[in-house]
Design a binder for this molecule. Sequence first.
Ligand SMILES: Nc1ncnc2c1ncn2[C@@H]1O[C@H](COP(=O)(O)OP(=O)(O)OP(=O)(O)O)[C@@H](O)[C@H]1O
Ligand SMILES: [Mg+2]
Length: 389
Amino acid sequence: MSDSGDEMDVDVPIIMAAEGAKGKRSTANLPVEAEDSLPWIEKYRPATLADVSGHQDILSTLNKFVDTNRLPHLLLYGPPGTGKTSTILALARHIYGAENMRQMVLELNASDDRGIDVVREQIKTFASTKQIFSISGGGGGGGSGKGGAGYKLIILDEADAMTNAAQMALRRIMEKYTANTRFCIIANYAHKLSPALLSRCTRFRFSPLKEVDIRVLVDKVIEEEGVNILGEATDALVKLSKGDMRRALNVLQACHASSTPLRAKDAPKTPAADIVRETITTETIYTCIAAPPPDAIREIVDTLLNTTDVTSCLNTINTLKVAQGLALADIITALAEELGRLEVKPEVMIHWLSGLADIEHRVAGGGGEVVQTGALVGVVRNGVELWRK
Ligand SMILES: Nc1ncnc2c1ncn2[C@@H]1O[C@H](COP(=O)(O)OP(=O)(O)OP(=O)(O)O)[C@@H](O)[C@H]1O
Ligand SMILES: [Mg+2]
């Protein structure tokens, strides 16, 4: 499922129609002065297809579809924060121009009711009405100038949350109104959609973004917002966001906010340029993401590999857990990554990974931390014994 950041998508097409014409980047329904207080994920939401980072293949295919006026029904799926919603909104703006989006695009997402009634009534009504006047000139606000695309677009965001009955009802509607409507279905998991629906769409998988693609936007935001961050901290941020651009921007904004000094209640407002901010370090990033810091993980690995005494291994881990507030689940993830880098016999690696997977499963299922920490030490030490044999 998508995370909470998406709640901002609700009114996007309508607002763009109002603001896009003025060339504003803002997509939320706020006065322009409020742009400063917008979350960065909205402030820096790509306005055009060219602004979307990564996914070059998908973007060039989409562009070709539009240029030849042969847009099929689309299915965009992939993990959260990879730009699915942004891409389709930018595409819609490219096709119709910002001012025509309101008439030509119907966007429904998980926050709207999308039960069978809506599919039957709202979608059907929208799909079945033809556009009477061709849209002249079209592409204001960055559009392509081919406003006369003879079809409307229905965007069903977070479609994996739609009821089965609604998905079924959609099949026939999609076929019946293909002459004047295109559907774009967006989901995190394609397997939650009905196979019949999938077969009617051209599928595009949005894979987690590459580190270089995340870096492009992160660097831009750092520069535009004047974020005081060390180079190595940016590296850590990009790596830890694991392909999720939304996460990267949210963490960056949180760190930036915490590095800004508080203003006394009646003190006059300091001009933005004069505010002295603390430098954001790698530790700040790790704390904000709540990932175990690399030093702690390295210490745990060293202890586990080199200490034969199980009790003292357990003591070290427990002390670190308490001192740094680490959760066992996070330790397991980081440990699996570290152990995976070691060059050991295949059977040792298999023993470690399958053991860690079991422990992770038990922790997620409610297993107690104390006993499972013991199991963790056991699994790693057993592997070491196998290795040294
Ligand atoms: N490829 C990208 N290029 C530029 N910005 C991006 C990209 N992907 C995500 N973002 C940033 O992250 C925010 C969220 O992206 P978006 O809403 O498109 O994600 P999504 O794929 O629809 O995620 P979800 O599955 O959670 O709905 C955007 O506002 C934008 O700031
Ligand atoms: Mg989305």
